[in-house]
Design a protein around this ligand. Structure first.
Ligand SMILES: Nc1ncnc2c1ncn2[C@@H]1O[C@H](COP(=O)(O)OP(=O)(O)OP(=O)(O)O)[C@@H](O)[C@H]1O
Length: 317
């Protein structure tokens, strides 16, 4: 095990003009991350993901709870924990005026890496950055900057890497590229804990994950286990009168949701429900533009556990 955390809690109090405000950011989180796995913390904005990661990475002291991280007690031996881990924040921390090579070399020296020049060249190579390495940070694209940020967190070859929302703001091609590199880290034996609010990222990348909401874990397992837990299928219909169709189809479904221009109908057995569903639409004279049948997604798991959609929750925060 590379992380074992029990009942971590953190409350923030801020004092403003309207008096003090208290936010219970993390309300009793238990986590176990095995060596060599990619572990995800999935949740909407404000769920407590960053606070959880920052506590485990020794950057914020928890109010209560215990954790052993990379073989050391988080509260009693934070320095020893810090030496074993890499941390890449949401903002990335790539400087504008300095080159990637100089920044990575500096990080290598701060971490007392034996041969900083060589370690820098190695990590630049691994992240396909060698050709860009001597340009000032500000001239790099968003995707290149993210790769430099991850390289900065890795130059001292940590056993455990924390990535806080690593692909936020990247285009699909750069996201896929970074996913591939994160998978390669796992192959080289590095354990990764990442936070994300992207369902597809958690699904594609994580061996196991927790779903968090309002500072608490609402579900835990492999992506497959979680999706099986909310057994059943989702029929997504695009049609002319979604609200009226929702009413008509409700008796057939466990749940019906109107989602922008689409209607999502949650059923136990999609294949066998489809004919009856189409029959009702025809009977009601509701024109159908398209229909798709899928297994449930992690968003459906979130919906089942919290009564809200992860996408709605994210947008509302
Ligand atoms: N330093 C702080 N002072 C006061 N409140 C804070 C502080 N840091 C976080 N919070 C609050 O704690 C809650 C959890 O924040 P956190 O950044 O951990 O969420 P998150 O899941 O990482 O969100 P996001 O996806 O937007 O980064 C939020 O309500 C946030 O406003």
């Amino acid at each position: 095990m590379i992380i074992e955390a029990r009942d971590l809690r953190k409350t923030f109090t801020t004092r403003g003009r309207k008096g003090s405000q208290t936010v219970e950011a993390v309300r009793g989180v238990d986590l176990t991350v095995e060596k060599g796995e990619i572990f995800g913390v999935l949740g909407p904005n404000g769920a407590g993901k960053t606070t959880t990661i920052r506590m485990l990475a020794t950057l914020i002291v928890p109010d209560s709870g215990t954790a052993v991280v990379a073989g050391h007690d988080l509260l009693k031996e934070p320095e020893a924990v810090r030496r074993k881990l890499g941390y890449v924040s949401q903002e990335g921390g790539v400087e504008d005026t300095t080159s990637a090579r100089a920044q990575i070399m500096m990080a290598a020296r701060i971490h007392n890496v034996a041969d900083p020049k060589r370690a820098t060249a190695d990590v630049l190579d691994r992240f396909d950055l060698a050709e860009l390495a001597d340009r000032p940070g500000r001239t790099l694209s968003g995707g290149q900057k993210r790769r430099v940020a991850v390289a900065l967190g890795l130059v001292h070859a940590p056993r455990l890497l924390f990535l806080d929302e690593p692909t936020t703001g990247l285009d699909p091609q750069n996201r896929a590229n970074l996913w591939e590199r994160i998978r390669q880290l796992r192959e080289s034996g590095t354990s990764v804990l990442l936070s994300t609010h992207y369902l597809d990222e958690a699904d594609a990348l994580c061996d196991r994950l927790v779903i968090v909401d309002h500072g608490r874990i609402v579900a835990e397992g492999t992506p497959g286990e979680l999706k099986r837990e909310v057994s059943g299928d989702v029929v997504t219909l695009r049609l002319e009168e979604p609200e009226r169709a929702a009413e008509a189809l409700r008796p057939l479904a466990r749940e019906v949701r109107v989602d922008e221009d689409a209607l999502r109908v949650y059923v136990d057995d999609g294949e066998h429900t489809l004919p009856a569903l189409l029959h009702i639409l025809e009977e009601q004279g509701i024109g159908l533009r398209s229909i798709a049948l899928d297994r449930s997604t992690l968003d459906d798991v979130f919906l089942a556990k919290t009564g809200r959609s992860l996408r709605d929750a994210g947008a509302a925060a």
